[in-house]
Write a protein that binds this ligand. Sequence first.
Ligand code: IMP
Length: 446
Amino acid sequence: MRRLRAWKQIWLGRFFSCVSLKFTMANTILVGAQWGDEGKGKIIDVLTERADIVVRTQGGNNAGHTVLIGKQKYVLHLVPSGILRRGKKCVIGNGVVIDPPALVEEIEGLKRLGVRVDGNLFISETAHIVLPYHRLLDEQREARKGKNKIGTTKRGIGPAYADKAARTGLRMIDLVDAGRFAELLRDRIRENNEVLKAFGAKALSFAKVHAIYREAGDKLRRFVTNTVVMLNEAVRRGKDILFEGAQGTFLDIDHGTYPFVTSSNTTAGGACTGSGVPPNRMHKVIGVMKAYTTRVGEGPFPTESVEIGDMLHALGREFGATTGRPRRCGWFDSVVTRQAVMINGIDELAVTNLDGLDTLERIKVCVGYRHGSKLYAHVPNDGRVLKECQPVYEEFQGWQCPTNKARSWQDLPVRARRYLEAIAELSGSRLSIVSVGPDREETIFL
Ligand code: IMP
C-alpha cells in the first residue's frame, strides 16, 4: 500500500511538472534554411546563453561550425558549439554519425584551448560510427562518378548512414565494449575489403583499424550514455534545450536537391528522430539564412552569380570551414527560403552575413523561377528542370556603408532595413535576429 502511494506521488509529480512545463520550457530547433553554411554556429553560440542543454542531432564531421570569441576562432565539427559556454551540457545525439578518432582530436583540441569538456559532454550510445572503409568508399564512389560527382566532404558520411539503414552499422555502444567491437569489426572489415577490392582500392588491415578505434573508444567511454533518457528527463524537469542543426534544408536526404544532398534529415523533424525527444515537446523552430546564398559541392543553384562570388571571395569570405573549398555564391533566393519555412515550420528567422552586402550598389533577390513558359513559386523536384530554371529577380538599392557597428534595428541604414524586411516577408516568417559580423557582439535582436 505504502509502495503504491509512493508511485502515485512520483507519477502525480511528473504529471504536474509536465503541465507547468508548458509555460516555462522553450525547446528550440535551429535549422539552416539554405544549403548549409548559413552561419548557424554563431547563432547557436548566441542562443546557448539562454539554453541549459545543446544537442546535435544529425550529420557528422562533414559539418563545420565556426565561432569567434574575442580573437579566438573555434571550428567545431562534432561537438555542439554550446561547449564554449561554461556549464552548458552538450549532447551528441543518436542521429549523428561519429568518427571516433576525429572526435577525440576535436575534444583534445578544445581542451588545449582551455574549454572544459569533461562533465559537460554526453554521447549517445546508439549513435553510429564512421569507419575507415566508409571514408574510402566515399572517395571511390565520388571518383567513379566523375563529372557527376556530388562533391562530398569525403568524410564517409553517406556510406556510414547507408550501413545504418542496411543494419550493418556499428554504434558507440559497440565501440566501448572491447570484445563485441573486435568481433563485429572483423566481420565488417572482411566484407568491406571485398567491396574495396572491386573498386581497385587497397584492403584495410583489421589490426591497424582495431588499434586506432580501440584507443579512441577508451578515450570516449566516459562520455557515452543513454542520451534519450537523459534528454527526456531534462524535458520533464523543464530545462531549455537547443537542438542545433547541421547542414541546411536543401541538403536534406528527403527534401533537398537529391542526389546533391547529404545523407541525413537536416530539417526540423531530424531533431526529434536524432535525439529521441518527441515533436510535442518542441516549442519553436528558428531558421538561419544568409542575406545572400552559398553552396559547397555540386548540384543546382539557380541564383549562382560570379559577380557576387568574386566580390565575397576578394573580401576573404566564403571559404568552407571543413574543407577550405571556396563556396559557390549567389543572390538571395526566396523560393528556397519560403520552402524551408514551409518544411521546417520556421517560426522565426535569423539573417546572417548582412555585412557581406555592404559595398553593393544594387542587390538582387530571386522571387520566382521561370522554366520555359512555366513560372515556379516552389523548388521543382526534377533536378534537370531546376538546373534550367531562370531566376526572376527584384532589385533593391544597396546601403553602401558598413553595418558591423550596428547593435540595434535603428542603427541599421534604412535601405538595409528595407532589404531585411523584404526577404523576411518573401520567406514568409518573422525576422528575430540579424547578424552583422562573426563576433558574439555583432548581433541584433529584434
Ligand atoms: P557529405 O555530407 O560529405 O556526403 O556531402 C554531401 C553534400 O553536402 C556535398 O555537397 C557537401 O558539400 C555538402 N555538405 C556536407 N556538409 C556540409 C556543411 O556542413 N555545410 C555545407 N555543405 C555541406
